[in-house]
Ligand binder design. Structure first.
Ligand SMILES: [Zn+2]
Length: 163
């Protein structure tokens, strides 16, 4: 089974990049330490945190936790890719906004919800099964691909500690 993650409130950008890379990453902006530990334990997710004490507590309970120390999310993603052997594949992205699964849809299913210029310029669209957001590979797509390639290059350079 693919590694699934629970991401603490300080790592929202990393959570989005994990989703774009095709990984199930739940993000809890407000959760306290106890509820993060409880949820990660109950759902079998790897806890990602910037809080050394929280990572330590999770480890003591026999859970997998990573203390994420890199400043930059590309570097953080590269570290996780190295530790967990992640394949960073934007063709199986989840919704970057809410972590919902994306489903490919036909143009006429979303034609009222996408700017006309995008409808004309693109053929392939996806809809989030949870929040309903529509996605297509617009002008930012090349940037996403090159960011993930950069993260893959960085993987293996070390920094975060798997506890
Ligand atoms: Zn969504």
């Amino acid at each position: 089974m693919r590694t699934r993650f629970l991401v603490d409130g300080m790592l929202g950008s990393l959570a989005r990049w994990l989703r774009i890379s095709g990984y199930d990453a739940e993000y809890r902006r407000e959760a306290d330490d106890d509820s993060l530990i409880e949820e990660a334990s109950r759902t079998g997710r790897v806890l990602l945190t910037r809080d050394r004490e929280l990572a330590h507590r999770a480890r003591k309970r026999g859970m997998e936790a990573v203390l994420v120390e890199g400043e930059d999310e590309v570097f953080q993603l590269g570290e996780l890719a190295a530790v967990f052997g992640l394949e960073l594949d934007p063709s199986c992205s989840r919704c970057p906004k809410c972590n919902g699964p994306l489903t490919r849809v036909e143009k006429d299913q979303i034609k009222d919800r996408v700017p006309e210029a995008s409808l004309e310029a693109f053929e392939v669209f996806w809809v989030c099964g949870v929040c309903g957001n529509v996605y297509w590979r617009g002008s930012h797509w090349d940037q996403i691909v090159s960011t993930l390639e950069e993260a893959e290059r960085l993987s293996g350079s070390g920094g975060s500690k798997r506890l």
